[in-house]
Design a protein around this ligand. Sequence first.
Ligand code: ZN
Length: 252
Amino acid sequence: MHFHRRIALALVTALALVPAAQAEGFQGASGGVYSFSDSSVAAQQPAAQSGVEIPTATLSPQVAALPWNLMLVNRNNPVPGDWSPELVMLDNGRQVDSRILPDLQRMFDDCRKAGLNPTVYTAYRSYEDQKDMLVSKYRQYKNQGMSRTNAQIAALKVANYPGYSEHQLGLAVDIDSADPTTCSNASVWDWVKHHCHEYGFIWRYPKQKSDITGIDNEDWHFRYVGVEAATYMMTNYLCLEEYLQQFYGIPY
Ligand SMILES: [Zn+2]
């Protein structure tokens, strides 16, 4: 069931959206769907529709069996196109999985009590949103004269394949300062990194774990996993992939 409920999350409505440089691009993975040889990828989905070859996203049974709060999305584990969390809308129009809202609200309340001014500038993104991002980047590069292959490679550096963004879960939020002239992004990120586990969130993409996560350092991207798991991960310096290997035997 879907519903969109306006809630009193006191986020500013005038958002300064951050440009695409912050989009999560994969650093590159070996083999599999990341091979750009036309034959392997095009066989999965014809390119005619969008111009971009898009691999089919299928869920492994092991990942499908995970509790909702530990659901995994990374370069090896996409979510299928019909993945549809129950969403709730924030005051600024962003949407998140309704189950994370109370903890997200608590975190923002306490961050504000600490004198900071955080905002959520990216939250849930649908499969179609993600696909549109990739296709529009691809077309932009193609129009600049790049070959099809090069345009696809360049586009994938700034936008993931649909199915491969954690934002599609509704469990991830990109947090920024609502007003960098009075409150720096760095001060917001610093507070959230130190306190996020108290509210069930983890700092998802630290530089030290980029070999495992496949994503470069992202100071702004936080992911809900629940207080217990978040506290374990943050105090033991584990990323989600390491945690899931340790407790659920999912290889990374
Ligand atoms: Zn993000």
